[in-house]
Ligand binder design. Structure first.
Ligand code: C2E
Ligand code: MG
Ligand code: MG
Ligand code: MG
Length: 280
């Protein structure tokens, strides 16, 4: 039976619930309290340094296990977290969880693995119910010593220029690396690259996909890497699935690679095992 309203009601999904809006509403209701019920977890995807082939970085990716429907893809529920404002508390949990994991890994491995978390535009809002005071949070944070990063898409940069600029500066001042995610797919102009503080450009998987067999993707990827280096940024290729793609990217001078070729996103314990095994 479908439901309406009431965040405390159990939502059941019926086959006739085909209407997208209805399904979204039901999912959205179920997101309330999901954090408190422990339904969220983070998976970690290794990011490989082309210089030595080691996983020196990782991306934290949010996972939601719905009690009835199982794993829900982030692209289905993150927009709902944003609409409901729940993204603030969930995003803060993601940040804290990744920070704790990075600290744990540093102790267990005796080396630094930089873990980056994705941040939506909404999360930078200064006002509104549940908004996080990142300035205060960062000030109270033990020095992350290179263990933390954030990833934002170009769309974040067109929201509230000055506010975002200040926020990014603040993150970097606290030693947190800033990556531009899905680079090359947004609608923003390139001029932001000279006004915002940025450490990494993540080359979108759509370019990586064609790097071995599409002339245009090949040319664009090469040009992005050259441009990034001239501006003092390092590059991460996303969605690397074949050894051929990795070869080409490495020859182009790309700095880091992430993708199924190396590893899928892993639960925390498997991620630690992966690192221990690869450290030898
Ligand atoms: P993203 O930040 O660009 O993350 C990369 C996505 O590509 C992940 O999808 C990852 O699992 C997938 N991926 C990695 N390697 C490969 C590959 O070789 N081939 C293919 N086909 N895919 C690959 P995922 O985990 O489904 O996340 C989707 C998006 O959801 C992320 O894209 C990010 O925008 C968003 N997201 C995930 N976690 C969070 C979070 O904690 N907060 C926010 N605000 N957004 C998040
Ligand atoms: Mg990302
Ligand atoms: Mg991306
Ligand atoms: Mg993406």
């Amino acid at each position: 039976a479908a439901k309406s309203g009431g965040r405390n009601r159990v939502v059941r999904f019926s086959p006739e619930m085909q209407d997208g809006a209805q399904k979204r509403r039901a999912l959205s209701d179920d997101l309330h309290g999901a954090l408190q019920r422990g339904e969220f977890s983070l998976h970690y995807q290794p990011i490989i340094d082309f210089a030595d082939g080691r996983a020196t970085k990782a991306e934290a990716l949010l996972r939601w296990r719905h009690p009835q429907r199982g794993a829900i893809p982030p692209l289905d529920f993150i927009p709902l977290l944003e609409e409901t404002g729940l993204i603030h508390e969930v995003g803060e949990w993601v940040f804290d969880e990744a920070a704790a994991q990075a600290e744990r890994l540093a102790r267990r491995l005796g080396r630094t693995v930089q873990i980056s978390v994705n941040m939506s535009a909404v999360q930078f809002a200064a006002h509104g119910a549940g908004a996080i005071d990142w300035g205060a949070k960062l000030a109270a944070l033990p020095p992350p010593d290179g263990r933390l990063g954030i990833e934002i898409t170009e769309s974040v940069l067109i929201e509230d220029q000055q506010r975002v600029k200040d926020c990014l500066l603040d993150f970097r001042r606290h030693g947190i690396a800033v990556s531009i995610d899905d680079f090359g797919t947004g609608f923003s102009s390139l001029s932001y690259l000279k006004t915002f503080s940025i450490d990494f450009l993540k080359i979108d998987a759509s370019f990586t996909r064609g790097v071995a067999n599409d002339e245009n993707d090949h040319a664009l990827t090469e040009a992005i890497i050259v441009m990034a280096h001239k501006l003092g940024f390092r590059t991460v290729a996303e969605g690397v699935e074949t050894a051929q793609q990795a070869d080409i990217l490495q020859r182009m001078g790309c700095d880091f690679a992430q993708g199924y070729l190396f590893s899928r996103p892993l639960p925390a314990d498997e991620f630690e095992a992966y690192l221990l095994a690869s450290d030898g």
